[in-house]
Design a protein around this ligand. Structure first.
Ligand SMILES: O=C(O)CCC(=O)C(=O)O
Ligand SMILES: [Fe+2]
Length: 268
């Protein structure tokens, strides 16, 4: 499989919950997608193989079959993911949005497994246009949808300001929301959610799996963690152990050791 993401990128996905790709989609295809998005409503067959549900020969169908996009999908949810849902998000010209922080997953509290969402911006999306915001690293904090709506500004929050053709891929559990569109142009964002159909273990390019940078990437502090950083790091290490199939992996002060050390069985 070509275009798999590197182990370092995977570590970044585990730590921050998202990756950003500029120039993922060629400009002519972007324009065709924007036209298609205007009329694209309703779900396809939820829970069936993505390859069978997604319409071939459509502009959006072509986007999700670009080799780089397929490689990205394969790296995170495997070669045969299931279609979960899609949505053509539209923020009208001049449309204001109040506090909107939320998490999409609602009932998905499984350990290790995660769904992904691809957010594709088919037109240039400057800051004033209100691209989707994300709170990097928040995906281990499971809440129920809008329970967090009161938190509008969080240290470390980022938002999509990007040229047409940019794609973000994110763990469905990342806290996020829509922003106000202060321009006189409608803002479009196409979101596709996929479920893994096999354990997400070593699906990415593992040739740099032993790179010492990985520990540093996993330890990224996004700004909001504060003293809770240790707790976040533990969650990330657990997920890294799973995706990399390195059951003893640990970093720094080896926090997981404290949980795993069992005084009842320890030999003096
Ligand atoms: O419109 C947006 O930017 C946010 C959309 C959203 O909440 C989502 O894609 O789940
Ligand atoms: Fe959402």
């Amino acid at each position: 499989m070509e275009h798999l993401i590197s182990s370092k990128d995977m570590a970044q996905f585990v730590a921050s919950g998202y990756l950003r790709y500029e120039d993922m989609v060629p400009k002519d295809l972007c324009e065709a997608c924007r036209e298609e998005m205007v009329n694209n409503k309703g779900y396809l067959a939820v829970g069936t193989p993505f390859e069978e549900t997604w319409p071939k020969g459509t502009a959006l169908g072509d986007v999700f079959r670009l080799p780089a996009v397929k490689g990205l999908i394969h790296s995170l949810v495997g070669p045969d993911p299931l279609y979960d849902h899609h949505a053509a998000h539209l923020m009208r010209a001049g449309q204001m949005k109040g506090p909107d922080m939320h998490q999409d997953s609602v009932i998905d509290f499984r350990e290790n497994y995660f769904d992904i969402q691809l957010s594709f911006f088919p037109v240039d999306t400057p800051d004033e246009m209100g691209g989707t915001f994300l709170v990097p690293g928040s995906h281990f904090r499971n809440v129920r949808t809008g329970e967090i709506r009161g938190y509008q500004h969080i240290k470390g929050k980022i938002w999509a300001t990007c040229p047409a053709g940019t794609m973000y891929v994110w763990n469905t559990r990342v806290w996020h929301g829509a922003r106000s569109n202060h321009t006189d142009q409608d803002r479009y964002m196409y979101k596709l959610r996929l479920n893994p159909s096999q354990p997400q273990v070593r699906l990415f390019d593992t040739s740099d799996l032993d790179d010492p940078e990985i520990g540093k990437i996993l330890s990224t502090n996004h700004g909001w963690e504060g003293n809770e950083m240790r707790y976040e790091l533990m969650q990330r290490i657990k997920q890294w152990r799973f995706v990399s199939d390195q059951q003893d992996y640990d970093v720094g002060e080896r926090f997981l050791r404290r949980i795993e050390y069992n005084p009842a069985t320890a030999v003096a």
